[in-house]
Design a protein around this ligand. Structure first.
Ligand SMILES: [Zn+2]
Length: 198
């Protein structure tokens, strides 16, 4: 039974190989294949370039940092704070996420997504400058900053921070019901369950 199945399969493959060889001689098909190859080459180049551009953005950003993760080591009685930049998104949290893995595990086991990998590579060679630190929740600060920046792309840091402070003031002083909190989270592209408004 399986023997027959195997013979049929091989025959079918041979047929297809012949059909492919005929099709390959067709000009339109050749054009299609060439375009597919070119497309995949361009996609590779795009990935390399976007990595470079992101790294460049990290190194030229005048970071505005905010604490993004607090980890308490109860055994050693120490607290470790990780910071992230609300402007470029560079976030030391990635170091906490990878702390228990070796470099080869991180690569082989796909611990990080491509964006996180760029961040990881950057932070393991350079440190995040924490000249400007602001209080509050990282996700919320970054979400508001991104909204401000989308509306005023040329805005300077000082003005952006003033707008940010005002937005936070309104969020923290005007009480709204749960439904409106959810829609506010969605407007800010935050998780709808986000609840660290204070
Ligand atoms: Zn930055």
């Amino acid at each position: 039974m399986e023997n027959n199945q195997y013979t049929d399969l091989i025959k079918r493959k041979q047929q297809i190989t012949k059909q492919l060889a005929v099709l390959k001689k067709d000009k339109k098909v050749q054009e299609y294949l060439d375009l597919c190859n070119l497309y995949s080459t361009l996609t590779k180049e795009e990935k390399t370039l976007s990595k470079k551009l992101k790294s460049q953005e990290y190194s030229t950003c005048n970071h505005i940092c905010c604490c993004s993760l607090v980890e308490r080591d109860y055994q050693e009685g120490r607290t470790h704070r990780y910071y992230g930049c609300i402007k470029c998104g560079l976030n030391e949290r990635i170091l906490a996420k990878t702390a228990n893995f070796t470099f080869s595990q991180i690569i082989k086991e796909h611990i990080l997504n491509p964006d996180e990998e760029i961040m990881y590579n950057y932070l393991t060679s350079k440190s995040l400058s924490k000249k400007n630190i602001i209080p509050g929740n990282f996700e919320l600060n970054r979400a508001i900053y991104l909204k401000i920046n989308a509306k005023y792309p040329e805005i300077d840091d000082e003005t952006a921070l003033r707008y940010l402070k005002y937005a936070l003031y309104k969020i923290q002083n005007i009480s709204v019901n749960a439904k409106r909190k959810t829609s506010r989270a969605l407007r800010l592209s935050l998780n709808p369950e986000f609840n660290k408004w204070d």
